[in-house]
Design a protein around this ligand. Structure first.
Ligand SMILES: [Fe+2]
Length: 276
């Protein structure tokens, strides 16, 4: 298939069916709240879209530690604006601002892959680099009869990395480093147990053709059990978005007023260091 034909099919099969979200409020053991957004039945042609993406040449990450173990297909950054238009346009309805895609890839795990567990983690690489982002994360479920979703955690009673002081951030990175270099991290797909400073707070279950959005600062983990994905893979399209300061500056006052509530819920005000 020619590249142009793949793009055409991608655009055709990513036509949106529904943009109405469920916004879930989660009360944590610390008394704080955090939020997730789920849009059910997101695409009009999920079967065709899922088959098209599954046909792309996936590479394997087996024993190497990476944020995307299993198999992945990474899209070319020059195509991000065009290929994520269907998600960005749908999320504009709720977040009232242009989202710039900075990462787009398929995520594929199964219970029989010889690979490693993803520990609870934050999707922000550098807490000191907040303006670069990402500021929002989305996952689109592409497996029929999908089970599970994403679990959310506190570490040292903190929901996410932007709530931590420097000492806590250092402890978090110290723990991640220990996990990444431990010998028994291969084939440990079961969810992490509540353990020491880590506490499991809630699950966001999502399924086939659901678009799920959360804040990249929150500690989370794929909610997945080894015996759940023996016949099919846990297959999804992940994308990461940044909000540019110049786009915030250009927002008309009425859109700022509309956006304020959801920006606060999804930690965007803190992440972009911008309070209306
Ligand atoms: Fe993640």
């Amino acid at each position: 298939m020619k590249i142009e034909e793949m793009d055409e099919k991608f655009i055709k099969f990513s036509e949106v069916n529904n943009t109405k979200p469920e916004i879930n409020e989660h009360v944590l053991s610390t008394g704080e709240k955090s939020y997730s957004l789920v849009i059910k039945d997101f695409l009009k042609y999920p079967d065709e879209f899922s088959s098209l993406l599954a046909s792309f040449p996936h590479f394997k990450n087996e024993k190497e530690f990476t944020g995307r173990p299993g198999k992945s297909f990474l899209f070319n950054p020059s195509n991000f604006p065009k290929l994520t238009f269907f998600i960005r346009k749908s999320l504009f309805e709720h977040f009232k601002i242009n989202l710039e895609c900075i990462s787009l890839y398929t995520n594929c795990f199964s219970g029989i892959m010889d690979t490693h567990r993803i520990p609870p983690h934050t999707d922000m690489d550098e807490p000191y680099n907040l303006p670069i982002g990402p500021h929002l994360v989305s996952n689109l479920g592409l497996t029929k009869n999908f089970k599970g979703g994403t679990s959310f955690w506190t570490f040292m009673k903190k929901r996410g990395i932007i709530d931590m002081n420097i000492e806590e951030i250092n402890q978090y990175y110290f723990q991640m480093n220990e996990i990444n270099h431990s010998d028994n991290r291969i084939n440990q797909w079961e969810n992490t147990d509540d353990d020491g400073e880590w506490k499991l707070e809630y699950y966001v279950s999502w399924g086939y053709n659901d678009l799920v959005v959360y804040s990249p600062t929150l500690f989370h983990q794929p909610y997945f059990k080894k015996d759940w994905f023996l016949d099919d893979d846990r297959f999804s399209l992940a994308s990461f978005y940044t909000i540019k300061t110049e786009d915030i500056d250009k927002m008309p006052p009425e859109l700022r007023a509309d956006a304020y509530d959801i920006w606060k819920k999804f930690e965007i005000c803190k992440l972009v260091n911008y309070y209306f």
